[in-house]
Ligand binder design. Structure first.
Ligand code: GLN
Length: 266
C-alpha cells in the first residue's frame, strides 16, 4: 500500500460491528480491518462500535456502515436473544434508511425471515432480507470450499462496474432460499453459494449485502469494500463521492491466483 502519509482527514465513518465476541468464528474480523485500512489510506477517519447487549438504541443510530460476521448455530441463538425490541427496530431502520451493510453467512441468515438450525428451535430473523435458511441437520454435509462468483452489479446500482467476479471461502450447513422478489448478490461460478442448487449467492436489499463468502471477503475483493465505503460516505454526506484510487496490485494478483488454482475462466 501507499508509503506516503494519508491525505488530511476530511470525512469520518462510524462502523457498527454486530456481536464480535459471538460472530467472528470464521475470521470475518478481517473485513473490519480492511474497511478501516482502506479508509485510513484515504484520510477517512473511522470509529468502530462493537454492538453487544450494552449497546443503546442511540448508539445504533450513529452507525454509517454496518457489518456482521459468521457464527455457529448456538451463537446465532444467543445473538437473537438480544437483537429484539428497540435494538431490532433500530437495525431495521438503519437498513431501510439505506445505510450500507455487509452480513456474512450466519449474519444474513438472521437478517432473513428465519433460520432453522441443525438442532433446536427455529430462529426468527429480522425480516430485512426476503429469504429464509434451513440447516438439513447434523448428518448433512456442510457446504465448504473455495468459491468464485459473478457479482450482480445491477442489483448494487452499478450496472457498468468493470470488476466482474469475487472470490471467497464458504463453510455453512444452512441452505438459504430467496423469495421470488429477492435480488441475489452474485451468481456462483465455482462453489455452492446460497444452497448448492440454484447458483444464487447472497442477497441485496437497498444498500445491504448478504453473502456466504468468508475469506475474509473484503481483503480478497477490495471493490466490494470500496463500494461499501463510497455508499456510506454518500448516504452520510448526501453528496456524490469519488474515492481516491488505491494500489490494489497485490490484492488483484491474489485474486487471479485463486481463480487460476480453481481452474475457472472468468
Ligand atoms: N451456523 C450457520 C450455518 O452453519 C452459519 C455458519 C457461518 O457463519 N459460517 O449455516
Amino acid at each position: 500500500m501507499p508509503n506516503h502519509p494519508p491525505p488530511a482527514t476530511r470525512h469520518q465513518l462510524t462502523i457498527g460491528w454486530l456481536y464480535p465476541d459471538l460472530m467472528s468464528t470464521y475470521g470475518d474480523r478481517g473485513n473490519i480491518i480492511c474497511l478501516q485500512k482502506r479508509c485510513e489510506w484515504r484520510g477517512i477517519a473511522t470509529k468502530i462500535i462493537n454492538i453487544d447487549p450494552s449497546t443503546s438504541e442511540h448508539g445504533l443510530s450513529t452507525i454509517d456502515l454496518l457489518f456482521g460476521g459468521g457464527a455457529q448455530d448456538r451463537e446465532q441463538t444467543l445473538v437473537m436473544r438480544d437483537l429484539r425490541g428497540s435494538k431490532k427496530k433500530a437495525i431495521i431502520e438503519l437498513i431501510e434508511h439505506n445505510i450500507p451493510s455487509l452480513f456474512v453467512c450466519g449474519a444474513p441468515q438472521l437478517m432473513g425471515e428465519y433460520y432453522e438450525p441443525a438442532k433446536g428451535e427455529r430462529i426468527e430473523g429480522l425480516g430485512i432480507f426476503a429469504m429464509h435458511s434451513k440447516h438439513p441437520g447434523p448428518a448433512a454435509d456442510r457446504l465448504i470450499g473455495n468459491t468464485v462468483a459473478e457479482v450482480s452489479w445491477n442489483n448494487l446500482g452499478e450496472p457498468d462496474h468493470p470488476q466482474t467476479h469475487i472470490v471467497g471461502f464458504e463453510n455453512h450447513g444452512g441452505r438459504t432460499y430467496l423469495n421470488r422478489s429477492a435480488k441475489p448478490f452474485a451468481t456462483v461460478v465455482k462453489g455452492y453459494g446460497n444452497n448448492g442448487e440454484d447458483r444464487t449467492e447472497g442477497i441485496v436489499h437497498k444498500n445491504a449485502i448478504g453473502c456466504y463468502f468468508h475469506g475474509p471477503l473484503l481483503p480478497k475483493n477490495p471493490v466490494i469494500a470500496d463500494w461499501l465505503i463510497k455508499k456510506a460516505l454518500e448516504v452520510k454526506y448526501q453528496t456524490k463521492i469519488e474515492l481516491a484510487v488505491l494500489d490494489d496490485k497485490v490484492e488483484n494478483r491474489a485474486q487471479a491466483a485463486i481463480v487460476s488454482r480453481l481452474g475457472v475462466s472468468v
